[in-house]
Ligand binder design. Structure first.
Ligand code: SF4
Length: 553
């Protein structure tokens, strides 16, 4: 018997995506089934992001949409987990009194017990880690008991279900950039034991995972103690590189202020570590960086980029920029434009500054750049990057790249969905049946839940330069997340879900998509059995976003 229907809405960064996956895994093991329909769920959890006001408003709007359901079905449990729960529990309760569960990101292992408690005692359950100490160093802290470690260790993906996966290597942040709320919501920086990370990578590889992305707020600051000796990030890369079955190892997000050359050496020497570096710059002006309390100057950043290109042949870089930060003058913004032109990133994540309560910038600096100016600077930077990406991608025409095939391309999926929708209309299918068409099935993808019928999952294409990683700026956009799993294709001899077309129709839409080691998106024609494989693709056309090619060799 099922314990109930579960719906998790995930907003924010890759950390949240991973947290949702782990919480969902715990609840599934207790008998919960996931549903793609928030209004039909018995337990609804909104995994929130506080990095930008827009993301918090989005969370509140989801909660608002649950008021009626809660009034009609008082047994429905409505929960807020993640950064907003930690940042503003009282605000949530005063605006949304129907919320039953509030749990910060450092306490997520308690969610199953909290749900039980609410069911039994009909009281609100709250778990926050506001008392976490910062007095010890990250190395000392790594040895302290970490209750969330159990959550990471509980991961148990089904064999063959996951092609690419995130692995958390570090939690929290000690950098306190003046604009950022993360150190307050995710607490002090602490690294996970290398042995646990390697075990997790082995488990994933055994179940068919080909690519892991090690995630941390400042992943290169990773340090853990083992037998009295520090294990640093370059050492960790070496250990994960040795996990058999994995083909690729990536990592996000790096902090330029303490990025050391041993990581670049590891990137060059370790065959599975991909030549892609996400290195947020935030601004091209030293004065702005100082106001942001970043630990590096612009010349130091440029030097690091140059060193990375020198030490790791063929490396691509992506970056984050904030435009319109407190007091940013036109000249300071022009410095940012010059930095973008000089560094020629593969892609950028740009966002307009918005003050976050509790941060130093909010308390001490004035948010004085008009919204229209922020918007104009945002557009200018994106347009510039579009031109640079287009020019750089054109230079790749005629070259061949190793591509990990991730699934069907968006265009192919759209064609399938419109065909399936037409099928629904002809068959006068009910709402549930329409789950195989565009609306509900895409929604299922969006939330990373099992879709109502077997279909290939859509690949997430980012605007202006593409990236497989959700960056800080990406997180602040509050965009929905998608999980990349191995698409399922019914074979000719397998039963098909209602209204899904037989295999020959799935194969007709044979446009596949994958990524190069340097994180460039490549679209090409190929048979579905290539999904999950490494193939060589020769590029014959390119846009700013995508390379187009054909399988060779
Ligand atoms: S921007 Fe990154 S490094 Fe700075 S405080 Fe936030 S999470 Fe930490």
């Amino acid at each position: 018997m099922t314990a109930g229907r579960l719906y998790i809405e995930t907003l924010g960064c890759q950390m949240n995506m991973l947290d949702s996956e782990l919480v969902e895994g715990q609840l599934r093991r207790l008998g919960y089934e996931t549903t793609a329909d928030m209004q039909a769920a018995d337990v609804v959890l909104i995994n929130t992001c506080s990095v930008r006001d827009h993301a918090e408003q989005k969370a509140l709007s989801h909660l608002g949409a649950l008021k009626k359901r809660k009034a009609k079905h008082p047994d429905t449990i409505v929960g807020v987990i993640g950064c907003m729960a930690e940042r503003d529990p009282d605000g949530i309760v005063s605006k949304m009194p129907h919320v039953d569960l509030i749990c910060g990101p450092g306490e997520l292992n308690k969610v199953p017990a909290m749900i039980e408690e609410i069911r039994e005692h009909r009281t609100r359950a709250v778990a926050l880690s506001q008392s976490l100490s910062r007095r010890s160093t990250p190395l000392q802290r790594a040895l302290e008991y970490d209750s969330v470690e159990a959550l990471d260790l509980s991961r148990d993906p089904a064999p063959g279900a996951v092609l690419q996966a995130y692995i958390r290597v570090q939690r929290g942040c000690d950098k306190f950039c003046t604009f950022c709320v993360v150190p307050f919501t995710r607490g002090a920086e602490r690294s996970r034991p290398a042995s646990s990370i390697v075990e997790e990578a082995k488990k994933l590889a055994d179940r068919g995972c080909k690519e892991v992305t090690l995630v941390g707020q400042t992943v290169n600051s990773y340090v853990h103690q083992e037998d009295g000796r520090p294990v640093r990030f370059a050492d960790l890369l070496e250990r994960v590189n040795d996990v058999s079955g994995l083909e690729r190892v990536r990592f996000v997000t790096s902090y330029p202020g303490d990025f050391t050359d041993d990581v670049l050496d590891a990137m060059r020497e370790l065959p599975k570590v991909c030549e892609y570096l996400h290195l947020p710059a935030q601004s091209g002006s030293d004065a702005v960086l100082k106001r942001m309390r970043r630990m590096n100057t612009v010349p130091q950043y440029v030097e690091l980029v140059e060193r990375a290109r020198e030490k790791v042949p063929g490396i691509t870089l992506a970056s984050d920029f904030i435009v319109g930060f407190c007091g940013e003058t036109e000249e300071e913004f022009e410095d940012t434009v010059r930095l973008v032109e000089r560094c020629r990133f593969k892609n950028l994540f740009v966002f307009k500054y918005s003050p976050r309560p509790g941060t130093v910038a909010d308390k001490r600096l004035e948010d004085d750049v008009p919204e229209a100016v922020k918007r104009e600077r945002n557009m200018r930077l994106l347009k510039l990057q579009e031109r640079l990406s287009f020019e750089d991608n054109q230079k790749l025409i005629g070259r061949s790249f190793e591509v990990l095939v991730e699934g069907y391309s968006k265009a192919a999926i759209k064609a399938q969905e419109s065909e399936q929708d037409r099928g629904c209309e002809v068959d006068r299918g009910c709402e549930a049946d329409r789950g195989v068409g565009a609306g509900a099935a895409v929604k299922a993808d969006t939330h990373g839940h099992a879709p109502p019928a077997r279909r290939p999952r859509e690949i997430d294409l980012m605007a202006i330069g593409a990236s497989s990683h959700r960056s800080f700026a990406d997180a602040v956009a509050g965009a929905d997340l998608r999980t990349r799993v191995i698409p399922e294709t019914p074979g000719d001899d397998e039963p098909h879900p209602p209204h899904a077309r037989p295999a020959r129709d799935w194969r007709r839409a044979n446009q596949l998509v994958g990524r190069t080691r340097t994180d460039r998106i490549v679209v090409f024609s190929g048979a579905p059995n290539l999904i999950g494989a490494l193939v060589n693709v020769r590029v014959h056309a390119a846009t700013a976003l995508t390379l187009h090619g054909e399988v060779v060799g």
